[in-house]
Structures are given as structure tokens and as C-alpha cells.
Design a protein around this ligand. Structure first.
Ligand SMILES: [Zn+2]
Length: 223
């Protein structure tokens, strides 16, 4: 191979790489803008206006699997290998950015899920607990993205099932109040009134323990 041919090849490879990079950038922009638009369209009424200008595309990082797992492990050195393999996206509260494993097929669903976390009120986790909070995130996600991939990683199935049952009882307005405004009072009132005093606290507590069947029993039969 002579010098000129080699230069030509390099140049073509450079163009290919640049093309691939700009294509990836474009995909990221479309995913983020669409997710952002849909979140605001469906939930904008419940999201305080000062947070309406979050630019998801500037806060999202799509990484290949190795980089994604390496960075997650650096941030969570106590996580086991199995834990890390389960994670396909997360929000880093330190820099308010979301990270997504771009090798998982359903990029849109993960973008919506992690995007919703950007709009979650800071008090939401305190008033709802982690598991209920994730269930609500996934419930809202599926209201936007109804497509289900059979063989993809399934996110928070049990948690979402519980939130489906809660929504069937009290509607989704109290869920929005708790999630986007950090005010769980109407959720608590609605559930306690229907299921008995202390039902909300019992549900929350058992969710964080991972006792989903107890939570479903409370939601079916009351305390
Ligand atoms: Zn989440």
C-alpha cells in the first residue's frame, strides 16, 4: 500500500467516525427532546414552572456498556457486579446528570424514566421512600411510552404493579403531587381513608422492605 492510499483510507475512516459521532449526537438530541416534550405535555401542569426549562439533552450522557459500568462502579464502589449489570440508567444527584447505557435496546424508555427523575421534587424520596418513588417514575414512564419489549431488561415491575393499584384507588393526581411537588398529604389521606388509618405508612414501609405481596394485600383488602 502506498502512502497516498493509506492517507485516503485514514481520511475515509475519519469521515466515518465523524459521521457516526454526529449521527449519535442527533439520535441523543431526538430522544431527549422528545422525552422532554412528552414529560411536559403529560405532567407539565403538575411540575413547578421554574423547572420547565430543564434541557435534558444537555444533561444526558449515553455511554457504551463498559464505560457506563466503569463510571457507575467508581461512583458506587460498594455495588456488586450483579447489581451493576442490572443498572441500565441512573441519575447522579451530585452533578444532576443522567447516564444511560446505550447498548440497551429501549433507549427511549430509559430516557423518559431518567428524564422524569430530573423533574422529581427533592422531597419526593423522603415522603415516598425509594421503592415507591421508583414505582411512580416507572408508572409515569409507561403512561408516555407504552411500547413493551419482550426480551429487554424490565424496570421495576413489582414497584410499578403496586403503583398501578394505588392509581386505581386514588387516581394519579395525588401521585403527581407527591412526586413533582413533594407533598404526599392527599395520597396519604386517600389511601388511609379507603384502607384504614396508617395504610400509607404501612405501604411505604413494606415497599422499602421489598414485601410486595403484603403491599398488594393492603391495597386489596385494607389493613
Ligand atoms: Zn429510577
Amino acid at each position: 500500500m502506498n502512502r497516498i492510499e493509506l492517507d485516503e483510507l485514514k481520511e475515509t475512516a475519519g469521515i466515518k467516525e465523524a459521521e457516526q459521532q454526529s449521527e449519535e449526537k442527533e439520535i441523543k438530541r431526538i430522544l431527549c427532546e422528545d422525552a422532554n416534550k412528552e414529560i411536559l405535555r403529560q405532567y407539565g401542569d403538575s411540575i413547578p414552572v421554574e423547572r420547565h426549562n430543564i434541557k435534558l439533552s444537555e444533561r444526558a450522557e449515553y455511554q457504551n456498556k463498559d464505560d457506563f459500568e466503569e463510571e457507575y462502579f467508581e461512583k458506587n464502589p460498594d455495588a456488586s457486579k450483579e447489581d451493576i449489570e442490572q443498572v441500565i440508567g441512573y441519575k447522579d444527584p451530585k452533578n444532576e446528570k443522567i447516564y444511560i447505557n446505550k447498548e440497551v435496546r429501549d433507549q427511549y424508555e430509559i430516557t423518559v424514566h431518567e428524564g422524569l427523575h430530573m423533574y422529581e421534587d427533592k422531597k419526593a424520596r423522603l415522603v415516598l421512600g425509594d421503592r415507591l418513588c421508583e414505582g411512580i417514575t416507572q408508572y409515569f414512564t409507561k403512561e408516555i411510552d407504552k411500547i413493551e419489549f419482550k426480551d429487554d431488561a424490565k424496570c421495576y415491575i413489582e414497584e410499578k404493579r403496586v403503583v398501578d393499584m394505588i392509581a386505581a384507588r386514588v387516581g394519579d393526581k395525588p401521585l403527581r403531587e407527591a412526586y413533582f411537588k413533594g407533598d404526599a398529604s392527599s395520597l396519604r389521606r386517600g389511601l388511609d381513608w379507603q384502607l384504614g388509618d396508617g395504610a400509607f405508612d404501612e405501604i411505604r414501609k413494606n415497599m422499602d422492605r421489598g414485601d410486595h405481596s403484603r403491599v398488594r394485600d393492603i391495597l386489596k383488602y385494607g389493613l
